[in-house]
Design a protein around this ligand. Structure first.
Ligand SMILES: Cc1ncc(COP(=O)(O)O)c(C=O)c1O
Length: 381
């Protein structure tokens, strides 16, 4: 029934929400309406557009369970948000940042770029302790560790991290905690209060079902005033509409990281997508996602030609299931799957399937049937 919320071409089996998600129908409608309004009326109803943007901020705050929209900034990407954090903090030579070697590049290069300030980025191999990757992170920390950066869910293997445990470790040692939540926000509940992260970042085009170019940045209200700013403009000021005011201060809220005119087209789109997520509810969404992952894991484990790369343990599962086919290269297999309209990605050393809550079991089974036929074809002498 949730499938009615989408108008996906029925010949596609869309298993790529960990890359870029298709939009719900209501999001496409919101964008069309916004386009029509722009062409017919221009910005005559601009204040109404700002109400939509405010509604988006409220939904973002709801997504991470923070009480205050003041702590939310709208950014254009996860990378931009991470850069605001990395270059907003004051660093001292000799300090270090700890993250996984296998992180998506956005959540690695930004920390490595702090080398110019004498900051070391310690890359921890996820494989060094597959059963307890948090412990591997902790072992790499010392008294010079300023920040731990992790993805809530790893983009390659889909391993879900124990964020509350990392948060506790950080709090006990005065370490800052930055979570790239792009692979879980919109799919799983995120309880900022329990996790205690100082920073949360996530673009909206994956599990939130929005467009590219609209991202969430949460900053801890106690740290925010001390963060350096690197972009300036009218929109980030405390009173952005008093254009003649010469002595003006950056906003104390998260808007201080939003220098110029807002992306209201993107805000209309993501606000609509998140209205669907909110209506269905994260409990239902995550349950459906985990059912889909269980089905995929079951199909992989029942076929001795396939090998699961993603973790098996239930607390580690996410919306991402990655596997390889024994004896076959993943890249050509991926290309063949795409040719047969199974939309997926080559990631994490294999093929990554990432359906969402509305993906039906029949679709998943059809995807695996197609995979089986490809394997049979390739193995035929
Ligand atoms: C963990 C992670 N972070 C960040 C990104 C993308 O970052 P951005 O929003 O800057 O494009 C991805 C995209 O695949 C990702 O998987």
């Amino acid at each position: 029934m949730y499938r009615d919320e989408f108008s996906l071409d029925p010949s596609l089996i869309y298993l790529n929400h960990a890359a870029v998600a298709p939009w719900p129908v209501r999001t496409a409608e919101a964008v069309k309406d916004f386009a029509n309004e722009n062409s017919d009326l221009g910005a005559a109803h601009y204040p109404k557009w700002l109400e939509v943007e405010q509604a988006l901020r409220e939904k973002m705050a709801w997504l991470i369970n923070t009480p205050s929209v003041e702590d939310i900034s709208i950014q254009k990407s996860t990378s931009e948000a991470l850069s605001a954090i990395a270059f907003g903090l004051d660093w001292a030579p000799g300090q270090n940042v700890v993250c996984f070697r296998q992180e998506f590049p956005s959540n690695r290069v930004v920390w490595q770029s702090l080398e110019r300030y004498g900051v070391e980025t310690r890359l921890v191999d996820l494989e060094s302790d597959p059963e307890d990757p948090e412990a591997a992170l902790f072992r790499s920390c010392d008294e010079k560790t300023r920040l731990i950066a992790v993805s809530s869910v790893q983009y390659g293997t889909g391993i879900r991290m124990d964020l509350a445990r990392i948060g506790q470790f950080c709090r006990d040692r005065g370490i800052l905690f930055c979570v790239d939540a792009i692979q879980s926000l919109g799919a799983f509940e995120f309880d900022l209060k329990a996790i205690g992260a100082h920073f949360v970042v996530a673009d909206g085009h994956k599990w939130m079902l929005g467009p590219e170019g609209v991202a969430l940045l949460y900053t801890d209200p106690e740290l925010r005033p001390g963060m350096k700013l690197h972009q300036y403009g009218w929109h980030m000021l405390e009173n952005p509409s008093y254009f003649e005011q010469i002595e003006s201060e950056p906003a104390t809220s998260g808007k201080r990281f939003e220098c110029g005119s807002p992306n209201l087209l993107g805000s209309h789109a993501l606000n609509s997508s998140l209205s669907l997520i909110r209506e269905v509810g994260l409990a239902t969404i995550s349950k459906r996602i985990l059912e889909n992952s269980a089905l995929m894991i079951e199909r992989i484990e029942r076929d001795n030609r396939l090998e699961l790369i993603s973790p098996r343990g239930e607390s580690r599962r996410s919306g991402i299931v990655t596997f390889r086919v024994k004896g076959l290269e993943s890249e050509p297999l991926y290309r063949e799957l795409m040719k047969r309209r199974v939309i997926c990605a080559p990631r994490g050393g294999g093929i990554r399937f990432s359906p969402h809550f509305y993906t039906e079991a029949e679709q998943l089974n059809r995807g695996f049937d197609i995979l089986n036929r490809i394997i049979d074809d390739q193995r035929r002498p």
